[in-house]
Design a protein around this ligand. Structure first.
Ligand code: SF4
Length: 433
């Protein structure tokens, strides 16, 4: 059966779709990139914002309209919060966010019995769904999901309701998976999770994220390790001392800030303040050469005044991020923030997002300028044009060098590059022979 896959949302979802596709292929389903002619469509949904919900819904309706005989299967965060199959009448199979690997058998059951299937489990245990990615296609980099769930309940976030209790992949399984991905030729492994820093917490045996990082970084092979988004309050000084000793660990930390104003952080129920955040950033920059700090910032949170916003802008300037994503606050039914007074109007949210984006682009430009003259290790990913070989440095800077020749590829090679210039969005350099 020709099967089409579509993933909405985060890196964890992309990892999970990759694993589902590997399972389905082993069961004889054949991947196609065209939903119009597919026999089966697998939609891994996201519910991080209300617009994410509508995008998933719209795409499913599009498939149902353009390919009425297609067996549409929806799973993931949006379906996990559903009470019944009525949420998506176009779908033959609806699974949740913790029984995705059951999909091949659910589809076969549907084909045999012809009855729509609503198979959304509860999320009230700490069991991680067993998934192991054997390879990520021809990609240079590969994700390893090591953690699931979140119990932080930030006031704007629906994820704890869609992903449930904390759960962690056992260390030996992480190592086995990493070895397989290294053997498959992947040069960068990205450890990811719903709340990565909560790795091991529910095990109550002292296992922590740093143990998983060490477990992967100490494996044999020519590869490097990157962390996906981490929560500021969970990276301790002893963790940093252990991380510094790992030469495979990339000096790039995506520290989710959300707001640079303490009053707003409190209203968001975040677990740090701006002093703690800037102290951590200072510590990381002192510990890692060429360290890049990137972030996520939300603007227009309920109750955020123009003065609070000014504070947030000046804090972002002070930290001088290497890059960042800006999100205007998006109301989410069922979250405490949705019921908060003093909701900020769309026009103001938009204006604040533009101001914050300007601060970030100025600090990104300054960061790229600081790279000029330095030699960095670049993992080449593609020949982006007839002119350039392109890749990312260990601190996640996009780097381009002139093509060596039309037929030469540097894909999956890690090479030293001397940075000679930048254009505000990437750096240019020359190979160090
Ligand atoms: S830490 Fe907060 S923002 Fe992140 S997933 Fe958990 S509840 Fe959501």
């Amino acid at each position: 059966m020709r099967t089409f896959y579509m993933t909405f949302g985060c890196k964890v979802n992309q990892y999970e779709t990759n694993c589902i596709e590997q399972l389905m292929t082993a069961e004889g389903f054949v991947t196609t990139n065209e939903y119009q002619s597919a026999d089966v469509a697998v939609i891994n949904t996201c519910t991080v914002t209300s617009s994410a919900d509508s995008k998933c819904r719209q795409f499913i309706r599009k498939i149902a309209k353009e390919n009425p005989s297609c067996i549409i299967c929806a799973l993931g965060c949006m379906t996990q919060t559903a009470k019944s199959a009525d949420i998506l009448p176009e779908c033959a199979v609806i699974a949740g966010s913790r029984n995705k690997t059951a999909l091949p058998s659910l589809i076969k059951r549907y084909i045999a019995e012809g009855e729509r299937i609503f198979a959304v489990n509860t999320l009230d245990d700490n069991t991680i769904e067993p998934m192991c990615s054997k390879a990520a296609g021809s990609k240079t980099r590969a994700y390893i999901k090591i953690q699931d769930g979140c119990e932080m309940y930030c006031t704007y976030c629906a994820i704890p309701y869609a992903r449930g209790k904390l759960s962690s992949k056992p260390l030996d399984e992480i190592k086995t998976e990493a070895k397989a991905l290294i053997a498959a030729g992947h040069k960068e492994l990205i450890l990811t999770g719903i709340n990565l820093c909560c790795y091991g917490r529910e095990l109550k045996n002292g296992t922590r994220l740093i143990d998983a990082i060490e477990a992967v970084c100490t494996l044999e092979g020519d590869f490097r390790v990157r962390l996906s988004s981490v929560e500021p309050e969970m990276i301790t000084k002893p963790d940093i001392e252990r991380m510094v000793a790992l030469d495979k660990l990339c000096p790039h930390f995506h520290l989710s800030l959300q707001s640079g104003c303490d009053k707003t952080l409190k209203a968001m129920k975040r677990h740090y303040d701006t002093d703690m955040y800037s102290e951590l950033v200072e510590n990381l920059r002192e510990s890692f050469d060429n360290c890049a700090i990137t972030t996520d910032i939300m603007v227009g949170f309920p109750g955020e005044t123009a003065q609070d916003h000014e504070q947030a802008l000046s804090f972002a300037r002070q930290i001088a991020f290497a890059d960042g994503h800006i999100f205007p606050y998006s109301r989410r039914k069922g979250t405490p923030a949705d019921k908060m007074p003093q909701q900020v109007d769309k026009k103001n949210k938009h204006a604040r997002a533009l101001e914050m984006a300007k601060v970030i682009s100025e600090s990104r430009e300054a960061f790229l300028a600081s790279m000029v003259g330095k030699t960095v290790r670049v993992l080449f990913e593609k020949e982006s044009s007839p002119l350039y070989h392109q890749g990312h440095s260990d601190n996640y800077t996009l780097v381009k060098i002139d093509r060596l020749s039309p037929e030469t590829t540097l894909r999956r090679q890690m090479r030293d590059v001397k940075i000679t210039s930048h254009d505000g969005s990437c750096c240019y350099g020359v190979l160090v022979q």
